[in-house]
Design a protein around this ligand. Structure first.
Ligand SMILES: [Zn+2]
Length: 465
């Protein structure tokens, strides 16, 4: 099967160029100007006049079917990867979960079972470690060998995912030997629980106080602490969902002194704020951790993206219905399931707010949504690039089209949108996953089970720093 895409502008992290792309089966076979004149034939052609050709988006932070607070994130690998595809994202890396007292293997097997035969586009896994002990440390080496080279630990959620400094440091020492990467949810969960309890005792039970209780300084403190621990262990560290100026300052200082520190932020921290959490229980729609911050943090995060102190944007997609799920926290914000839907809207929000908004170039946009995630998470150049030999994960992107985001039209399996009514400029018209058209003009043309597990390599973080 040969597909020829003509008349498009290839936008890559390194630059943009007008060129045709020839796909043979699942990979990109040729790139050049006017490929048809060289006499080649194709089974199908796509006219991309007026469109960008970008490498498929890569979202390295999703939680399909995550158990949390007595319920489960609603999107399955089928609905979640399909929604991602509609939004121009062709690869997700989801977090398999080790439950307390169980092995990493049991958690990983459970996640393979959820995804295999269901995902419509490619996926990989990171591993959440809830227990650090001799057995799980040994298991880490095996997971690295199986293409799951990242391990997420938490300084938040005491009693659930929380690890103390000793456990975190032991895991870091292990990755110094096996080449893996430690990802950190960095908020001081112990201190947060004290403030949250004080708020509830004072009668402040609305969702808004979830945002109030989780001080930015608690994120800054924990971020600095885990970076310092990683420096002591001599390993790279990756800060997930960085939301606050205080945390960015810690990352920037670390990178300035040559530390192998990396960080992501998420659309919700760039486009939403603590104000969205007001309005009584409606604010539950916006409860995630870290929480939305006051709007003055947003400019700082954009600056972080421009200066590469933040390397990429992922979503932390973790959707719970407002009705029936978020409502579990009525009367006590601590019981609201934490998480927001977002996997479908990331590429367009970043195009609209970043490129159209004049904050970043279209090349930096592609880097943030695809190329940097591929490099940092061991998928480059198989993913994250339009290059000969790469997987033909290509989005034919219309940079002028406008659409209005709404729960009535989105494809995520959740009953609300955080961006309801917001109009964005930029839309994925045709989405290819390994050469197959899986979305065309708003219609799903792929199939359940097409998505494949991506066995990832160890990235060269010393060089990427
Ligand atoms: Zn997360």
């Amino acid at each position: 099967m040969r597909t020829l895409i003509t008349n498009g502008i290839i936008v890559g992290a390194e630059g943009s160029t007008a060129a045709d792309v020839l796909i043979e089966d699942e990979t990109i076979a040729a790139i050049g100007s006017d490929l048809e004149s060289t006499g080649l034939t194709a089974d199908q052609s796509i006219d991309a006049a007026g469109r960008y050709l970008i490498p498929g988006g890569i979202d390295v932070h999703t939680h399909m079917e995550l158990p949390f607070g007595g319920t489960f994130a609603k999107d399955t690998f089928e609905t979640g990867t399909r929604a991602a595809a509609f939004g121009g994202t062709t690869t997700v890396v989801d977090f398999a979960v080790q439950s307390r007292g169980k092995s990493l293997r049991e958690g990983l097997d459970a996640w393979h079972a959820k995804a295999e035969g269901n995902a419509v586009a490619d996926y990989g896994f990171h591993m959440i470690m809830s227990d650090v002990n001799d057995d799980t440390l040994a298991e880490m080496d095996q997971l690295v060998a199986e293409g799951i080279p990242d391990f997420k630990l938490f300084t938040a959620y005491p009693g659930v995912f929380y690890s103390d400094d000793g456990a975190i440091f032991r895991a870091m020492q292990r990755t110094a030997k096996n080449g893996g990467l430690i990802m950190m949810h960095a908020e001081n969960g112990m201190a947060i629980d004290v403030v949250a309890a004080d708020q509830v005792a004072a009668g402040h039970t609305d969702p808004y106080y979830h945002g109030v209780a989780r001080y930015p300084i608690f994120e800054g403190e924990a971020t600095n602490r885990v970076i310092r621990l990683a420096e002591a262990a001599g390993v790279p560290v990756y800060i997930v969902h960085l939301s606050a100026r205080d945390a960015l300052e810690a990352v920037r200082a670390a990178r300035d002194r040559g530390s192998m520190t990396f960080a992501e932020t998420c659309p919700q921290y760039l486009f939403l704020s603590l104000d969205d959490m007001g309005n009584g229980f409606e604010g539950a729609k916006f409860v995630c951790s870290p929480p939305l911050r006051t709007a003055d943090h947003q400019d700082e995060l954009w600056r972080g993206l421009v200066k590469d102190d933040l390397q990429l944007v992922s979503t932390d997609h973790c959707p719970f219905d407002f009705h029936g799920q978020k409502e579990l926290g009525k009367g006590d914000f601590r019981k609201i399931p934490n998480g927001l839907p977002g996997v479908e809207d990331r590429v367009d929000l970043l195009h609209d707010g970043g490129v159209v908004g004049g904050r970043i170039s279209k090349e930096r946009w592609v880097e943030i949504i695809s190329t940097a995630p591929a490099k940092l998470f061991g998928m480059y150049p198989q993913k994250g690039a339009i290059a000969v030999g790469s997987d033909a994960d290509i989005v034919v992107y219309d940079p002028s089209a406008k659409r209005t985001i709404s729960a009535a039209t989105h494809h995520m399996d959740v009953d609300y949108s955080c961006y309801e009514g917001r109009t964005v400029q930029g839309r994925s018209d045709i989405v290819l996953s390994r050469g197959a058209v899986i979305v065309r003009d708003g219609e799903f043309t792929g199939r359940r089970g097409y998505g494949r597990f991506i066995k990832r390599s160890i990235a060269d973080h010393a060089r990427l720093a």
